[in-house]
Write a protein that binds this ligand. Sequence first.
Ligand SMILES: C[S@@+](CC[C@H](N)C(=O)[O-])C[C@H]1O[C@@H](n2cnc3c(N)ncnc32)[C@H](O)[C@@H]1O
Length: 208
Amino acid sequence: MKKEFWLEKWTSGLTPWNQQEVNEALRKWWPKIQIEQEREVFVPCCGKSIDLLYFTQMKLSVFGVDLAEQPLVEFRDEQRQNKYLNLRCEDFFKLTVTDRPFFPGRPIFVYDRASLIAFPPEMRRKYYDQMISLYPPSSTILLLTIEYDGFIEAGPPFSVPESEIRSSLESHFAIEKWEEEISANTNQRQFALGLKETKKVVYKLERK
Ligand SMILES: C[S@@+](CC[C@H](N)C(=O)[O-])C[C@H]1O[C@@H](n2cnc3c(N)ncnc32)[C@H](O)[C@@H]1O
């Protein structure tokens, strides 16, 4: 997806992924991860997700990046004085290990919702490379994906098979599948293409 695609989504207000309430899977699974207060949280492609506040309310410092400036400006305005919130307008693919919170190499938490699945297969290959290069050893990633039949052109959100995640990341991450749930596809465009169902999958990854 080109930058213009996302900027256009934000300027036109066509952001169906933007939830009004904290994500159900996050609320269910995050407490099962051993939380250490000193760990920082990284949220790639964060938009203006309300989930960012889930972490700041626990007094965890959150670093979110997004290509689009608009959601970050809006969110900052809405959440004035939140000292735990660090939002930067940057391209995830251009981040380096010298950027916070990857530097100086302490383990971090990563919350990946509607981020990996926002990208088509050729971009996901680079996304996996970034995960491997950026996330310090012992970092924990809560990764939420979806799967549906075929139709690569039906994304975003794209279907990301478990086999792809395992073959791309298994040598660098310990991967546990925590949950999968099939439900009606609420994406109207995909539903019209015949994709009546979608499978939501939750993984916990640990950087080796
Ligand atoms: C489907 S939205 C999900 C937003 C957020 N994770 C959430 O759950 O609400 C994908 C987001 O990725 C951002 N994005 C797309 N490409 C990006 C990139 N290369 N670097 C950083 N952000 C990007 C878009 O602007 C958009 O806000």
